[in-house]
Design a binder for this molecule. Structure first.
Ligand SMILES: Cc1ncc(COP(=O)(O)O)c(C=O)c1O
Length: 396
């Protein structure tokens, strides 16, 4: 035995998403790049916005010294201030640099938050379907996921969430726009959730935090705005990144923003800054931190993703697939025409269409289609989707 049992198990049961992605690479070698329709991974296919490279060039030509050294673990003051100003601009919150920590992506942000908040055995309520990496993130910090299925339209089942709250509940973790459903939670839902957390916290005599994972926040369609959480619940913390809206997932840059009104703010902040350090992140990448202040209002052109969503939704609906139309992110989460989602995903694989079974997100009987790909791939995949559902109809 070379590695820890836990890691050995994790490798064995490792992500279905990654497996499908690797299968895609194999198939592309065999059948040619153009003949495999890879919807497996949420890896944005758009290049970062035009200004990004100019910002980097300017930074590289900056003659200042000490630009690549260690810095305070929370990140550069100017970057944190720029983010606080941005939050104050787009929401009613009055945010300050003291409430911001720069992180290694949203994944880094969530690990810092969870490490800071959780004692062993503490529970975190997660509405499902959900991004399954949360299970690993919780396990990293000895937290326990308490999964509560959302309603059929993927809105929050507030009654069920309230019932799930117990002595061990430390936080609720939400993600909107959602991976894998594309759902955007309404302000009414969030207000409802906030009042449940407030009431339950009082009853139990402990704070229950609301953690909001928001890397898709700028990716919303049809004029839908994504409500902020700071004015729905005081004890709230945002973890986010520029991975999706600036197409920079490889650059590992994100941040944590704490509600300006959170209780014991100094302790929470000191804990998270400490966690950022001792998790070994130390600080978020320096060059990216210096680039971000010029890019806060920028975004990839989301009309590409909207176009993909429309082509896919129109096509799949006409073939008889059933789904909730996504309002944001770049995922569609239809029901599979047969109950066995893995079996249907395998039927699609025979058409060289790569998707991920809903079971990988805690909702069997569905599949996730990541449409952050080119419109040509989406269009050319449609006949395969049609043949697959027809086969089910003739077999069934
Ligand atoms: C819901 C959700 N949260 C967090 C992440 C991690 O984002 P990052 O790459 O910024 O760490 C992802 C990435 O796909 C995601 O889908």
């Amino acid at each position: 035995m070379t590695v820890a049992k836990k890691i050995e198990n994790s490798i064995k049961n490792s992500s279905l998403i990654r497996k499908m992605f690797e299968e895609g690479l194999k198939r592309k070698m065999e059948f040619g790049e153009d003949n495999v329709f890879d919807f497996s991974l949420g890896n944005p296919n758009l290049e970062p916005p035009d200004g990004f490279k100019d910002v980097l060039r300017n930074l590289i030509n900056d003659p200042g010294s000490g630009r690549h050294g260690y810095m305070p673990n929370a990140g550069y003051q100017e970057t944190r201030q720029a983010i606080a100003d941005y939050i104050s601009k787009i929401s009613s919150a009055r945010s300050s640099a003291d409430e911001i920590i720069m992180t290694v992506g949203a994944g880094g942000a969530l690990n810092v938050i969870l490490k800071t908040l959780l004692d062993p055995g503490d529970e975190v309520i997660i509405p499902s379907p959900y991004f399954m990496e949360y299970n690993f993130y919780l396990d990293n910090h000895q937290g326990v996921p308490r999964v509560v299925p959302s309603k059929a339209d993927f809105s929050l089942d507030l009654e069920a969430m309230e019932k799930a709250i117990c002595e061990k509940t430390k936080a609720v973790l939400i993600n909107s726009p959602n991976n894998p459903t594309g759902k955007v939670y309404s302000r009414e839902e969030l207000l409802g959730l906030g009042s449940i957390l407030e009431k339950s916290g009082k009853r139990l005599g402990r704070t229950i935090y609301l953690i909001s994972d928001e890397p898709y926040r700028k990716l919303a369609y049809d004029g839908v705005t994504v409500p902020g959480i700071f004015d729905v619940f005081r004890e709230s913390i945002v973890g986010t990144s520029f991975s999706k809206d600036l197409s920079l997932p490889g650059e590992r840059i994100g941040y944590i923003a704490v509600n300006p009104g959170i209780s014991e703010k100094d302790t929470v902040m000191a804990g998270m800054i400490m966690s950022n350090r001792i998790l070994g992140f130390v600080n978020a990448p320096a060059l990216m931190q210096r680039a971000i202040p010029s890019l806060l209002d920028a975004s990839v052109d989301i009309s590409f993703y909207r176009k993909n969503r429309d082509i896919l939704c129109d096509g799949l609906a006409s073939f008889g697939y059933r789904f909730v139309r996504p309002q944001g992110a770049f995922y569609l989460f239809p029901e599979t025409p047969i109950r066995d989602d893995a079996e249907f995903v395998s039927m699609l694989k025979d058409e060289n269409i790569l998707t991920v079974p809903g079971s990988a997100f805690g909702r069997p009987g569905h599949m996730r289609i990541a449409y952050c790909t080119s419109p040509r791939v989406v269009e050319r995949s449609l006949p395969g989707f049609e043949r697959a559902i027809k086969r089910c109809n003739t077999q069934g």
